[in-house]
Write a protein of this length. Sequence first.
Length: 155
Amino acid sequence: MTTAASVYPDAPDLAENDYIVIGLATCFVKEDGEVHEVQILEPIPSAALEAIVKGIPTSYQKAWATTLGAVLAGDTPQRIADFPPEAEFSDEFTHRAIAAARTYKIRPVAQVHIPQGTIRDDFKYSTERKRVLNMQRVVTKEDNVKQHAHTHKVL
């Protein structure tokens, strides 16, 4: 067996056979005033998975339970055979995958929701609240909170 330190230098506590869940999310990108739908592959941490399986609305269509070594070769994301070819990996996929794998190590009971090597697609899928990936918040003068005149006075 390869040592974890040689496989994931930034995560010596993890090994290739550690459990992880990868979700297929429907997200949106805003370009030139138009909103386009994109399919994103991203790691799902244990707390998020537990909330999703309880029935909260989610942008995840499917989730694959696999191993860290199946989706990461060192620092490079790996596409497993079941992933849709049009789906893109999320930003910071490697760091997020390592972080998510740690959540399942800390809370192994979360692994029962999707047995390793299986796919789950019975979530309460909804795009009513759109996840816009490149949304930028512009702060304006009107966003300032008006304070009472006596706020900074010593009485």
